[in-house]
Ligand binder design. Sequence first.
Ligand SMILES: *Cc1c(COP(=O)(O)O)cnc(C)c1O
Length: 407
Amino acid sequence: MQNPVFIPGPTNMPEFLRKASDVPTMDHRSSAFAEVLHPALSGVRQVIRAASAEVFLFPSTGTGGWEAAITNTLSPGDRVLAARHGMFSHRWIDLCQRHGLDMQIVEAPWGAGLPADRYREILTADRDHRIKAVLATHNETATGVVSDIAAVRAALDAAGHPALLMVDGVSSIASMEFRFDDWGVDIAVTGSQKGFMLPPGLAIIAFSDKAMQAVERARLSRGFFDIRDMRRQYAAGLYPYTPPVGLICGLKASCDYLLAEGLDAVFARHRRIAEGVRAAAGAWGLPLAALSPDLYSQTITAIRTPAGVNASEIVTRAARTYGMAFGTGLGELAAKSFRFGHLGLLTEAMALSGLSVLEMCMADLGLALRPGSGVAAAQEVYRATVAPNSGWPPERALRDTRISDER
Ligand SMILES: *Cc1c(COP(=O)(O)O)cnc(C)c1O
């Protein structure tokens, strides 16, 4: 039994999902494959709260999902509006530039949310609709910041602007509220190894009707990621090349599980764990990278260290001395912060073990903090909010989905 990980993906895998992904060889041209594929697609639709979005699964990762989103809907030289406020928004912009898109970039502080007001001004000024897409990183995993996607949709609507709204939900989908239809999302992107608690290897993307209409017009080159091939083959219960059958079986099981636990319960569980982690940071006297409470992510907390303390040393010490993985600071926050990932499979008890190891590391490195103070603050939160029998996974959900932990 190894220690849990506290990196913001890949996340800890429940045994029943790891087993669900480990299937004997299956002929993917048989009807057995279609019986897994279609429920997996419909499960994803329910998790993102989309009534009719088209979902596609590529053997890839979230990054591949970004590429599939843009190459299927845009043309060389198209203008794209994006904000840079962390490493992941930065990397999506970089990918777009490599494809020859004309990026209109709003620079925002690392720790801030998406500047919806700025988006609104820019979209309103863009009278001849040269902007074809607006990118939004729902949850900036580098800073632990969640942004208001409904506000971005409102900015588009206020400007009467037809650009596609493309949302990176890699570290939010399946762990935090995500409302594809209500927010008017045109493309959502995620991967298998974060909220779905599966091994890495799947890009999961959803397209609205409007995004589907852009597919034929798009002239960026695409081969492997052409969703038209996926779409044709899905209709026949097939796949355009060899599918990662195990991961798709895992995805079906993960959706079954999440929907049986109940999305609201899943999100509440993440919020509860996150509040304990934030309470610990407060007790240590360490500020968060997120600039205000309305921006706090429920899946990842980036904690700043005092000047002169290299945060990477804390992460290295945790790994080398105590065998526990945390996230390092990224980009502008490199060495200035460390990250505690709290998404996917996690209980209060697991979170307390992570906080406790961090305290040992910080004490070992001579930081002025009282060991136990962060753990005690988190305990207070968890004692006050814990649900009865909050062992994980809830047995009822396992029973309802008839997922066996034994197999
Ligand atoms: C992890 C992550 C990605 C990158 O996903 P990969 O699966 O590593 O390609 C993109 N965006 C966000 C917000 C992420 O957290």
